[in-house]
Design a protein around this ligand. Structure first.
Ligand code: ADP
Length: 253
């Protein structure tokens, strides 16, 4: 039965990770950490390597070099243990549109070995918390984009992961739904969940505990939003980000 893992060290440790597609190096030695209760924004322009990093973090493929550990579990050596401690919301929606909200969540719970009353209770709690309990029996197809994302967030949390990975999860949402999703995820910190929130939208990083700026496969800056602003001598995080990554049209080397 999945329970909160009491691991108290860094929940996510990425060390010197490299990944190339043929001769194109997408990640050139990336390191980052997420501590319990920490919200880390992974900010990078398109092509920075965010999706590649998320694919490594979710076990879709292995890094060419470097290590990924989740709650101390090495993704290469004990992938099932490592993955069991992760919850993910991918950029593309992965719900079954023709199943009800509850059916989608039950299916995921079963994959994690949860069933019966326990699964039902967790699902009900999650839907209540995200204010979509009244939509439990509706087919996902009938939900707005914002509510579909909430269902995906509920699903990502059902097995009580210690690390939540959000990959450009607000793409396609209106500003109000975007804010709501971000606030829900920021609220998870009090329960000790560590969050890695990947985005190319600077405003989503403003409330982060720490921002990691990825550019052309490298971490080019890291710190609190205010320390990044101070270090770059700018007036805003958006300006600091632009200074670090260049104008959007510039093609990374
Ligand atoms: P981001 O998610 O930050 O936009 P990606 O991880 O998608 O960045 O891409 C990083 C780099 O790797 C880019 O130069 C991209 O063109 C390249 N890339 C990504 N996926 C592939 C692939 N399947 N084959 C070849 N190159 C890829």
């Amino acid at each position: 039965m999945a329970e909160w893992d009491p691991y108290g060290g860094n929940l996510l440790e990425v060390e010197q990770v490299r990944k190339a597609y043929g001769s194109r190096e997408a990640l050139k030695g990336v390191s980052l950490q997420v501590a319990p209760g920490e919200f880390v924004a992974l900010l990078g322009p398109n092509g920075a390597g965010k999706s590649t990093l998320f694919q490594l973090l979710t076990g879709l493929f292995n890094a060419d070099a470097g290590t990924v550990r989740v709650c101390g579990c090495d993704m290469r050596e004990v992938p099932v243990k490592a993955l069991g401690r992760i919850g993910v919301v991918f950029q593309q929606m992965t719900l079954d549109l023709d199943l009800s909200v509850v059916a989608n969540l039950k299916f995921h719970a079963r994959l994690h070995g949860l069933g019966g009353a326990e699964a039902a209770e967790r699902i009900a709690d999650a839907l209540e918390r995200l204010s979509i309990a009244d939509r439990a029996k509706d087919r996902v197809r009938e939900l707005s984009g914002g509510n579909r994302r909430k269902v995906e967030l509920a699903r990502a949390l059902i097995h009580r992961p210690r690390v939540l990975l959000m990959d450009e999860a607000t793409v396609g949402l209106d500003p109000a739904s975007r804010r709501q999703l971000l606030d829900e995820v920021l609220g998870l910190r009090s329960g000790g969940v560590g969050v890695l929130w990947a985005s190319h939208l600077v405003d989503e990083a403003e409330a982060a505990d720490r921002v990691v700026v990825l550019h052309a496969g490298k971490v080019v800056a890291e710190g609190t939003p205010s320390s990044l602003i101070a270090d770059m001598g700018t007036d805003s995080l958006a300006e600091a980000f632009l200074k670090l990554t260049g104008p959007p049209e510039r093609t990374p080397a």
